[in-house]
Write a protein that binds this ligand. Structure first.
Ligand code: NAP
Length: 250
């Protein structure tokens, strides 16, 4: 599968799952905007990738974007259009999580979760579709296994990921007319900073025990699903949520 000639925005690609997706896209020939919450994070991530993959400046660009801020999102999209004149692939991957019971959650916790995970995805997609509707393209949202099964003490996070699934299916129906496909990937537990902040060693061992493939995923184990959904090989696939969780949820 190759992405030669395609331009991709991968939000949340300074680290974790997004970083692995960006690297696989670059290796597959795409031009990629590396996005993080701060410009310096994006520049640091870009420099590391350039060093590792021997990538030239015309194939990669760093962007700092605040997913809570509409104007910042508009600027991100404008920068990509100014540099490469098109957007073929959008990966809405930036996100936060939290482990809080309903009664411990404040209004601010709910708003923060939805501002970044849900409204950030909606706003970014709206900005990108203004351009993508001229060429067609692929939008891939990062959901989660808790967006399928729910999660104890994760009501805010889980409901944000159920919303992502709703966005995926609704926009697949709405944007098919422009040859824009909209799909999601639902990871299980993946070894990233996010996971380290929320999963204890005891929980980790329990999850590995419950997973048929008997391990915890590394970010690169997720990237292949995103490559398939971005490539022309998935040209008749839209509105799906692909679980990549080692069989944990079934
Ligand atoms: N790890 C898991 O087990 C797991 C499981 C299921 C689903 N997921 C989902 O996968 C996605 C990536 O998770 P991850 O584990 O790779 O996370 P991570 O390692 O914590 O990385 C989060 C990424 O999102 C960016 N980000 C966070 N808040 C942002 C904001 N307000 N504006 C712009 N960018 C922001 C971060 O940028 P900076 O580096 O600049 O902070 C970083 O690039 C998320 O949507 C998450 O919900 C993860």
């Amino acid at each position: 599968m190759n992405l030669e000639g395609k331009v991709a925005i991968v939000t949340g690609s300074t680290r974790g799952i997004g970083n692995a997706i960006a690297k696989l896209y670059l290796k597959s020939g795409a031009k990629v905007a590396i996005c993080g919450s701060k410009e310096e994070n994006a520049i640091t991530a870009m420099e590391k990738i350039k060093e590792e993959l021997k990538i030239e400046n015309d194939q990669i660009m760093p962007i700092g974007v605040n997913m809570k801020d509409t104007q910042s999102i508009q600027i991100m999209v404008k920068k990509v259009i100014e540099k490469w004149q098109r957007i073929d692939i959008l990966v809405n991957n930036a996100g936060i999580t939290s482990n809080k019971s309903l009664l411990d959650s404040t209004d601010e916790d709910f708003y923060e979760m939805f501002d970044i995970n849900v409204f950030g995805t909606l706003k970014t997609t709206r900005e990108v579709v203004k351009y993508m509707k001229e060429t067609g393209g692929s939008i891939i949202n990062t959901s989660s296994m808790v967006g399928i099964n729910g999660g104890k003490n994760q009501v805010a996070y889980a409901s944000s990921k159920f919303a992502i699934n709703g966005i995926t299916k609704s926009l697949a129906k709405e944007l098919g007319q422009y040859n824009i496909r909209v799909n999601a990937v639902a990871p299980g537990v993946v070894e990233t900073d996010m996971m380290k902040d929320t999963v204890t060693e005891e929980m980790k061992q329990m999850l590995i025990h419950m997973t048929p493939l008997a391990k915890m995923a590394e970010p690169k184990d997720l990237a292949g699903a995103y490559l398939y959904l971005a490539s022309n090989e998935s040209c008749f696939t839209t509105g799906t949520i692909i679980q990549v969780d080692g069989g944990l949820v079934m």
